[in-house]
Design a protein around this ligand. Structure first.
Ligand SMILES: Cc1cc2nc3c(=O)[nH]c(=O)nc-3n(C[C@H](O)[C@H](O)[C@H](O)COP(=O)(O)OP(=O)(O)OC[C@H]3O[C@@H](n4cnc5c(N)ncnc54)[C@H](O)[C@@H]3O)c2cc1C
Length: 500
């Protein structure tokens, strides 16, 4: 892990200690887990706590993408970038910061590495060993339906779980092979702020990093083949993020279907983009490729055990079982919901199904997600297009953040809370929130959806004033107003008149 400073040395000493000796297996395991990212760690810890004999295999770093090259480092950088943006905007609040305020990128990255190393004991070899789990560092590979090898050691299992995750995929872009480019595996090792950075892919990772690097002072060129950013999201929500990225100085090139890359002088990279009417010819110092994820299926010996897989990953049924009934899968390797919290909850379901004959279903999980731009964009459940495809008729209630007192006071009025209910009822089927803390707010809607709490009941729940979360209660009020039909209104009026 570069750079080899004290923080990264501490991180590696936790997640892949050089002096680690693999244990010697003693008999058959209830569960052998390949991959110690979120899915593998949660599966292993929960199974061991319940008394199972567990082996956990990791070829690289315990903690997987999330700790080492995903959520944790990206959010640390985003936090620093938010501070930079607040300082820049401080004048609006009457706070005048002296000209020439410096952003020290080296310190931003050093802080990130320090915090990552401080979080890492939680995912460490030492902690998982202390839970009674046999931790093996090395490449796991199936030999047959009851054995897995790690280097020269054979582990005998009753059930196995594939938690090998995914990695950045290399899209078929002309010239990509001819240049050195960054992915999430190398981005967080930067120690110098790129003066100009190109980012390919305006999905969640591309948008988060584009905004963060622009706020930290890079010239950012964000190229997206589609006509808009965050294409999986509600277009109104994505449009707000798009506007904010442009305000932050990101040069956005949507519709960039024709893209050619080539080396330029002094280790720079030339990007030739044809985005509809415009041709762009840009030279950048670094290029981040953030287009899609490829499942880690290679070298696992899946063919030997009859586990089917495709370019999308390992095929599972709704109960997380692969095409080999003794082998299960969880996390990015088998699910379109490629999030840490999704991996966590899939792992919990796998424990029930693999060890206790449970019937927990992938399709029953209510999985919210959030893109951590400013404002954040969070979503859960169905959007109107999906609802239509499934034949679910919906009513939609929207509360703009511009009418929420706390958002006004915070100067954070861009965004809305939009909740979809099953037509004619208050049963919530989905929601999108664009707000500065949308990721925290969407949790209330997820609770309502999982516990069957209707939108009308949310209106009856007292929220503290002034909070941005009140926007959700206000959506409940909007729903309740629709129940005040002319008949109900006239009965109420008569009742009031009678009391006079
Ligand atoms: C830049 C970035 C930012 C992100 N931000 C967020 C976020 O803010 N919130 C969020 O919810 N999600 C985020 N994610 C997604 C999140 O990181 C993943 O969904 C999560 O890590 C998936 O966990 P996993 O256990 O399925 O896989 P992984 O974390 O990929 O772990 C798989 C592990 O398996 C190991 N492995 C693979 N093959 C073998 C083998 N044959 N033998 C032994 N070991 C093997 C790998 O080395 C790896 O450690 C982000 C991802 C990226 C890239």
């Amino acid at each position: 892990m570069l750079p080899e400073d004290e923080h990264n040395k501490k991180l590696v000493s936790h997640v892949h200690p050089a002096d680690w000796t693999n244990p010697t297996p003693s008999g058959k395991y209830n569960l052998v887990i390949i991959g110690a990212g979120t899915a593998g760690l949660v599966t292993a810890a929960a199974a061991a706590e319940l008394g199972a004999k567990v082996a956990l295999i990791e070829r690289h770093f315990m903690g997987g993408d999330c700790l080492n090259v995903g959520c944790v480092p990206s959010k640390a950088i985003i936090s620093a970038a938010r501070v930079a943006a607040s300082v820049k905007d401080a004048g609006q609040f009457g706070i005048h910061v002296p000209e020439g305020t410096e952003i020290n990128f080296k310190q931003v990255m050093s802080r990130m590495r320090k915090l990552r190393s401080e979080i890492s004991p939680h995912d460490s070899v030492e902690r998982f060993s202390s839970l009674g789990i046999d931790v093996y560092l090395g490449q796991g590979e199936f030999i047959d339906s009851s054995h897995i090898s790690v280097d020269d050691t054979q582990l005998h299992f009753s059930k196995a779980v594939i938690c090998t995750g995914a990695r950045a995929s290399a899209p078929p872009i002309e010239g990509l092979d001819s240049i050195d480019y960054l992915t999430n595996e190398t981005l967080f090792s930067l120690t110098e702020l790129p003066k100009r950075i190109g980012i390919i892919g305006a999905g969640p990772i591309g948008c988060e990093m584009a905004q963060a690097f622009a706020r930290l002072g890079s010239e950012v060129y964000l190229v997206e083949a589609a006509d808009s950013i965050l294409t999986k999201e509600n277009p109104d929500a994505a449009a707000i993020i798009r506007e904010q990225l442009i305000n932050d100085g990101v040069k956005l090139m949507c519709g960039g279907k024709e893209l050619k890359l080539s080396p330029a002088d002094e280790q720079q990279i030339r990007m030739q983009v044809n985005s509809g009417e415009c041709n762009h010819d840009i030279t950048v110092d670094q290029l981040l490729v953030a287009v899609g994820r490829a499942p880690n299926t290679e070298g696992l010996g899946l063919e030997k055990v009859g586990v089917k897989y495709s370019k999308k990953g390992v095929v599972i049924d709704d109960h997380f079982r692969t095409t080999n009934k003794r082998i299960f899968a969880a996390g990015d390797i088998c699910s379109p919901y490629q999030f840490t919290h999704a991996a966590d909850f899939m792992a919990r379901s796998v424990i029930r199904n693999a060890l206790f004959f449970g019937r927990a279903k992938h399709s029953s999980l209510v999985i919210p997600w959030c893109t951590y731009t400013s404002p954040e964009l969070a979503h859960v459940g169905l959007n109107p297009t999906e609802a239509e495809k499934r034949g679910v008729k919906i009513d939609t209630f929207t509360q703009p953040m511009a009418e929420v007192d706390r958002a006004i006071l915070d100067g954070e009025t861009k965004g809305f809370v939009c909740v979809h209910v099953k037509k004619g009822s208050d049963k919530i089927v989905g929601a999108t929130i664009v707000a500065n803390h949308a990721g925290d707010m969407i949790g209330s809607i997820s609770i309502a959806m999982t516990q069957g709490i209707g939108l009308g009941s949310i209106a009856n729940c007292i929220h503290p004033y002034p909070t941005q979360g009140e926007a959700i209660r206000k959506v409940g009020d909007l729903y309740n107003k629709t129940r005040l039909t002319p008949t109900v209104a006239s009965i109420m009026k008569r009742l009031i008149d009678w009391q006079r």
